[in-house]
Design a protein around this ligand. Structure first.
Ligand SMILES: Cc1cc2nc3c(=O)[nH]c(=O)nc-3n(C[C@H](O)[C@H](O)[C@H](O)COP(=O)(O)OP(=O)(O)OC[C@H]3O[C@@H](n4cnc5c(N)ncnc54)[C@H](O)[C@@H]3O)c2cc1C
Length: 485
């Protein structure tokens, strides 16, 4: 069963019963929850597409470990083409789900970095972590498991290292070594898809000093193992999912992130799932392997989001009746330019990728870091540009129930219409999608942009003022160049 069906994945999550809390209450059926069903469906979509022949090259690969076809997300990256295909897969899939598939996406970084670091450790120290990890990897590949990656500890006082914290559990650590395994305690903050993953691969989050051996720990754990407690994220827009209707959510089907804070309350990990236990000198290398890979796939994901953003910006400009104007084309060009700068650097990082001693290919550090940084900047710029293009309804749209109201529904339909030939509902839906993609569910940023006039109005006023002084400035320049007296 190297490629599971969507239903098999859903069934595996249903069978798990992770301890998950939201708004102070323990949740039961995750699959039916308004904020966990969307990320579950996003992962389900990846399973569904992976079993279709059209997506075979993009979403599956041939595994040297199982000898068969496996998901590209759990494949060991053994050449530049592997990196390139995995990069394309992330960008392409975002066009379909527009959300987060952390429980598949982070698998690649977590599995490949652990594969590489266990190889390094065994080679230098004569340990047997690599064989142990390969055995776990085979289980993941053969059963097509969804694997989250948990690196980020809660970190406590950021000015202090793990060993220097007043609260020693601020970084996850080994609290007991037993004959049959270890016991760990601590927490990992904001982990994408951890509660809807089958397994979580846990890694250190920073380089460690020799005296910080208890923090040098890497292992795999089921997301519902005894002692694992998940606390759900609670971003503002999630609240609307409890009171609104499908039209109010922007990306109704997939658009909730689904990360959890994962608390490890004295969790037992058997030895066959432990891949680092005290080898502090290798923590830095493991962190670096993970960071390089995850930055590549995160960059691809954000490029996909900006592709969607450009599409949404162009559509709303059309719906508003200004789609063909020069100012819209210029703004879209700027967004595209900023976004593709990031793509170019990511591709350069693949072109210059280097093979690690284990054989895992790693993107070039300089170019992937530039790509990631430029991508972040392009997202923020793109959010501004798209909100500017769309107008204030991004943050002030009424709800589906308002449109259904006998008295106000018709009035809203009449007054919130843009172009006469486009239904008002389409315009509101696109505004909601932009609200979702840009994260502008708080009124402040969009109100700051459009309140007291849109940026274009200020540009026009400034241009008008410039025209009033430009003749004089031109004359001054001609005089200075000796052309005029
Ligand atoms: C939605 C979401 C999903 C995520 N998913 C995952 C996941 O799947 N897996 C995972 O492992 N992680 C995940 N993360 C965690 C993410 O990687 C961390 O949030 C990120 O590394 C930043 O850590 P932090 O939030 O603790 O911020 P901080 O580290 O506190 O950073 C905040 C600011 O403090 C600065 N700072 C921190 N330390 C110092 C210092 N010593 N000196 C000076 N400045 C300092 C930073 O530069 C930054 O400007 C996710 C986060 C989010 C928000």
């Amino acid at each position: 069963m190297a490629i599971r069906t969507k239903e098999q994945y859903y069934e595996s999550v249903r069978r798990q019963a992770p301890e998950l809390y939201s708004f102070g209450e323990r949740l039961g059926d995750i699959g039916a929850h308004p904020c966990f069903k969307p990320p579950l469906d996003a992962i389900g979509l990846v399973y569904e597409l992976s079993s279709q022949q059209d997506y075979e090259n993009l979403l599956t690969a041939q595994s040297p470990f199982t000898g068969g076809k496996v998901s590209r997300f759990v494949h060991i990256l053994s050449d530049r083409e592997d990196l390139a295909r995995r990069f394309r897969a992330s960008r392409y899939l975002v066009h379909k789900h527009g959300a987060c598939i952390g429980a598949r996406c982070v698998s690649t970084g977590a599995l490949n970095s652990t594969y590489a670091a266990t190889f390094d450790m065994d080679r230098k120290l004569g340990t047997n972590y690599h064989a142990r990890f390969v055995s776990f990897l085979k289980q993941v590949q053969e059963n097509d498991l969804a694997v989250a990656g948990a690196m980020m500890d809660v970190k406590g006082d950021r000015s202090k290292s793990p060993g220097g914290q007043l609260e020693p559990d601020s970084y996850l650590r080994i609290v007991e070594r037993r004959n049959d395994g270890i016991v760990v305690r601590g927490a990992k903050a904001s982990i994408s898809g951890a509660v809807i993953a089958n397994e979580i691969v846990v890694l250190p989050c920073t380089a460690l000093k020799p005296e910080e051996k208890d923090y040098a720990v890497c292992f795999a754990v089921r997301s519902d193992a005894p002692g694992i407690i998940h606390v759900a994220e609670a971003p503002g827009p999630n609240a609307r999912r409890f009171v609104g209707e499908e039209m109010d959510y922007g990306n109704a089907r997939y658009g909730a992130h689904g990360s959890t804070h994962v608390i490890f309350d004295n969790v037992f990990i058997p030895w066959d799932r432990v891949f680092m236990c005290g080898e502090s000198e290798f923590a830095g290398a493991l962190v670096n392997y993970f960071a390089l890979l995850q930055r590549l796939f995160s960059t691809a994901c954000k490029i996909g989001h900006r592709d969607l953003l450009m599409g949404a910006a162009a559509v709303i400009a059309d719906y508003n009746g200004v789609g063909l104007t020069r100012q819209i084309r210029e703004k879209l060009t700027e967004l595209y330019f900023q976004s593709e700068l990031s793509t170019g650097c990511a591709l350069a990082s693949i072109y210059q990728a280097q093979k690690s001693p284990s054989g895992v290919f790693l993107p070039d550090s300089l170019y992937i870091n530039i790509a990631k940084l430029q991508g972040v900047s392009a997202i923020w710029d793109g959010n501004y540009i798209t909100s500017d293009i769309a107008g204030g309804l991004v943050c002030t749209s009424p709800t589906a129930k308002d449109f259904k109201n006998e008295k106000i529904g018709k009035l809203l339909d009449k007054y919130l219409r843009g172009r006469a030939d486009i239904p008002t509902e389409y315009r509101i839906r696109m505004m909601r999608l932009i609200e979702y993609l840009t994260g502008q569910s708080s009124v402040i940023p969009v109100e700051s942009t459009h309140g007291a006039g849109s940026p274009q109005a200020q540009r026009m006023a400034i241009q008008q003022a410039l025209m009033g002084v430009l003749d004089q400035y031109k004359k001054d320049a001609r005089i200075m160049a000796g052309i005029e007296a």
